[in-house]
Write a protein that binds this ligand. Sequence first.
Ligand code: GTP
Ligand code: MG
Length: 230
Amino acid sequence: MSERVSIIVPTRNEAENIEPLVRQIFENLTPHEIIFVDGDSSDGTRDVVHRLSASAPIKLLAQDRHPPGLAAAIMAGARAAEGGTLVVMDADLSHPPERINDLLGPLAANEADMVVGSRYIKGGSTSGWPLWRKILSRGGAAIAYPLTGVHDAMCGFFAIRRARLLEISPPTVGFKIAFETIIRARSTMRIREVPIQFRDRERGKSKMSFGIALRFFGRWLAAVFHRLAK
Ligand SMILES: Nc1nc2c(ncn2[C@@H]2O[C@H](COP(=O)(O)OP(=O)(O)OP(=O)(O)O)[C@@H](O)[C@H]2O)c(=O)[nH]1
Ligand SMILES: [Mg+2]
């Protein structure tokens, strides 16, 4: 891929995951940069990123908790990125770095405008989750499908051109920036899903909560009403 790739990784208390993630990314490609957008970590995440930045194209974008959460962090990373192509992924190794090139392929070939790593198409999977988490995730994906036409709009692993994402400028109130992006721009974008085998986080704590799930439901309702009102 000739265009420069910026990888954006939102973090909150992921200190133990940063080094293995960076190593696995570099085993698969040489990005222009990896931008860690840290939301108020207290476990030394920023120190690890800072240390690694001395010897690799790794940057830290430090944010206070006050701009609200994950979606805002990703958009701040997108604005700061130097690459024309962005890959967004979690820090906890749930999103397989060995599939990054598969996300980039359809963009490079100009066959898609956004490529989403999908757990819920043939070849995709989740592992290690308790039943309640599976039901929540599957349920969210299922109710999003009629609005998005995408089987896993809730996934946080995707690639898109930077200019396109900034132009769409999805609202940053939610936790799920891919969902907000697709809702805004579905009719003008070619979206491709590639299967991923999602791994459960091995280290660090989950930030997923009932409150976040409830907030997603609110965003979903807003999208439904918006669609009906059109
Ligand atoms: N900058 C920033 N990053 C966040 C925030 N909340 C979560 N993250 C990061 O966003 C990614 C997704 O959060 P996770 O806790 O893994 O959420 P999840 O994948 O739904 O849940 P688990 O995998 O079960 O933990 C991780 O890399 C987190 O560190 C936030 O408020 N700000
Ligand atoms: Mg995770």
